[in-house]
Design a protein around this ligand. Structure first.
Ligand code: NAP
Length: 251
């Protein structure tokens, strides 16, 4: 059993991840800020609710010490939180960048934590990917024009995760940056395009959650930046391919 801290626990991807993690017999500590969300979290795995432990904390108001405390006895940390555009640019920066960095730092300092998975976004990069189409490049530019504050915040957090992970003396440290295209609430298909994917595509949150758990469960799944949209390759095969071939979308 692995103990997993899920930040942004009531988020739509996080709820799906909680269900899968518990079904795989991992113990989930789910950080939420609204006590009314407790039942939704526990209900993700009625077969054994004791595997899910909701914890009340506002991640944007949690300081470094508080973040470290949340990580006591935790092995894997998942960031699936986000301001979701609510509260203006200041709050987007406060949650998606500043709080994310604080939790990354705390995870790197927490002796028990060995893996950090960031749910990022495929447009969170400074320039278009070399393998994108012209249309993808156009979408990328439009995304930065319309939600530049969000894209900047996510990019800074991703860069921080990568850079600090490379500097860390932790020998068993694994950082994973999972970068989905636009998220849908459609049922999962179990099939994806993972690794160096195009930008113009969406992916069901259920499939994002399944890919995230599969990446976490792989030995040697770290140091990867992987794009994700819906596709035709079964999730298990796609994860095995990117991990074994060390495919990364970081350029
Ligand atoms: N939407 C897209 O198309 C898209 C595309 C690519 C990537 N992403 C990224 O994917 C990730 C997951 O997306 P999602 O759709 O699952 O997000 P979501 O449903 O909006 O969930 C985000 C969660 O973060 C929580 N949160 C925000 N501020 C908090 C705070 N101060 N303390 C505790 N929790 C807080 C929210 O809690 P409350 O319910 O209490 O507000 C919410 O449950 C996000 O990081 C997002 O940026 C999104």
């Amino acid at each position: 059993m692995v103990r997993v801290l899920v930040l942004g626990g009531h988020g739509k991807v996080a709820l799906q991840m909680t269900k899968i993690l518990a079904a795989h017999n991992h113990k989930v500590t789910s950080v939420i800020r609204n006590p009314d969300h407790t039942k939704d979290i526990i209900d993700q795995y009625p077969e054994n609710p004791s595997l899910i432990d909701p914890v009340m904390a506002s991640i944007e108001e949690t300081d470094e010490e508080g973040a470290k405390k949340l990580m006591e006895d935790i092995q894997w940390v998942v960031w699936s939180a986000g301001a979701g555009g609510k509260g203006g640019p200041e709050r987007t920066k406060a949650v998606d960048e500043i709080a994310a960095k604080r939790f990354i730092k705390a995870a790197l300092l927490a002796p028990s934590v060995t893996k950090f998975l960031m749910v990022s976004a495929s447009s969170s990069r400074r320039s278009p990917a070399s393998y994108w189409t012209e249309s993808d490049v156009g979408t990328f530019k439009k995304t930065w024009e319309s939600i530049g504050v969000y894209s900047e915040a996510k990019t800074v957090a991703d860069e921080y995760l990568y850079d600090e992970s490379r500097k860390s003396p932790k020998l068993n440290w694994v950082d994973i940056c999972l970068r989905p295209g636009s998220l849908s609430d459609n049922p999962g298909t179990g099939k994806v395009d993972l690794g160096k994917a195009k930008l113009g595509g969406s992916v069901p949150r259920e499939d994002v959650a399944a890919v995230a758990v599969e990446l976490l469960e792989k030995e040697n799944g770290g140091g990867l930046w992987v794009d994700l949209i819906g596709g035709s390759e079964p999730i298990g095969q796609a994860v095995e391919r990117v991990v074994s071939q060390r495919i990364t979308s970081r350029e």
